[in-house]
Design a protein around this ligand. Structure first.
Ligand code: ZN
Length: 351
């Protein structure tokens, strides 16, 4: 190790694949992490003196309702620059508790998982709860669906600023300040998007994401396949020369497999989801492909569905997935979140 890359520290993360990973990072790599964090704040013109509210996975018993926890700074970023305070609540609190806490804290900025924001925004709309100071929302770790952007704007008037990162590889891309697509952080990482034949994808094409972080010599990754698929974009009109990713689509285990063996992305569009939510009093939803001909629809509902509502949900699912799958409706008290707090709206258990 070059001496001026600094001391090595380690973190334990779930990794991009969900398997536990122990990752090593040099002080230099942490510097880059901080620099990209600061760039993100600057791009989105955040007031660094504002208050940040964070709702994410916490250790059991930590950041509990009603108080949550308070910190002098926004996370660990104080190494590179000063910020205002942050407050933190455990994502395993109920949506009602989270909204009560948010309403009391009245933050300038909010950071959470897209699926969690979705239910908070819906709860706010239903109950007329406002967050008058909220300026923007940062999302983490799950794929961001377009409908989440829309409902957050509607509920709180605040846009979502997404980014694409992995704890073991650092920042990959940040949302452009002027558009909803992403700019690769080329000073820190080489990103390749490759098609099935291993050739680089052009604008509009979808391929596998490979990353090569450039500065973390403590744990080199060369052309590391993070497991995601992404769509390459055209050069951005904002003038930043950094390569563009139009959207991050997700992982292979989030693809639907038709009985013919053909695989398809299951992008649940804003319009489609709205239709589903109008069919029945559905609070949360998740689709799991159990086998080549069977899909389980997991629902959290306000009350039991009528036979007509159940039938409507089945019809919607058949139309959405473009094949007459056998459909099981499973009503649950809550949808299981992974160890990291992630929730996927579509998963396949087909090998
Ligand atoms: Zn741009």
């Amino acid at each position: 190790m070059p001496a001026d890359h600094g001391t090595i520290s380690d973190i334990h993360t779930s990794g991009s694949t969900g398997k536990p990973i122990r990752a090593l990072r040099t002080r230099l790599a942490l510097r880059f992490w901080s620099a990209f964090t600061l760039r993100e704040h600057l791009w989105h013109k955040r007031d660094l003196r504002g208050k940040l509210a964070v709702i994410r996975n916490s250790a059991p018993g930590q950041d509990q309702y009603p108080q949550g926890s308070r910190f002098r700074y926004w996370g660990s970023s104080r190494r590179a620059f000063d910020t205002g305070p942050s407050v933190s609540l455990n994502i395993n609190c109920t949506a009602e508790q989270q909204m009560d806490w948010l309403h009391r804290e009245n933050p300038d900025y909010l950071l959470s998982h897209p699926t969690n924001l979705m239910r908070l925004a819906r709860l706010s709309l239903e109950n007329g709860i406002e967050l008058p100071k909220l300026k923007d929302i940062q999302t983490l770790s799950e794929i961001l669906r377009p409908e989440v952007r829309e409902i957050c704007l509607e509920a709180w008037g605040a846009p979502i600023k997404d980014n694409y990162s992995g704890r073991e590889v650092g920042y990959i891309a940040l949302q452009c300040p002027e558009h909803e697509h992403y700019h690769v952080q080329s000073e820190g990482v080489l990103v390749e998007v490759l098609d099935d034949d291993g050739r680089p994808c052009g604008p509009g094409e979808v391929g596998r994401v490979l990353v090569t972080p450039l500065h973390n010599f403590a744990m080199p990754f060369l052309r590391y396949e993070v497991g995601d698929f992404a769509e390459v974009g055209e050069a951005c009109a904002c003038g930043r020369g950094l390569p563009v990713i139009n959207r991050i689509i997700g992982r292979e285990q989030n693809m639907l497999t038709l009985p013919s063996g053909e695989k398809r992305w299951t992008l649940l569009s804003e319009g489609g989801i709205r239709k589903l939510l109008k069919l029945a009093p559905i609070r949360e939803y998740q689709f799991v492909q159990k086998s080549l001909d069977r899909i389980e629809v997991r629902l959290v509902v306000d009350r039991n569905l009528s036979p007509q509502e159940e039938s409507d949900v089945r019809d919607w699912t058949t139309a959405k997935f473009g094949h007459p799958f056998d459909i099981d409706l499973a009503v649950m008290d809550g949808l299981p979140r992974g160890r990291t707090g992630k929730l996927q709206d579509f998963m396949s258990e087909v090998d």
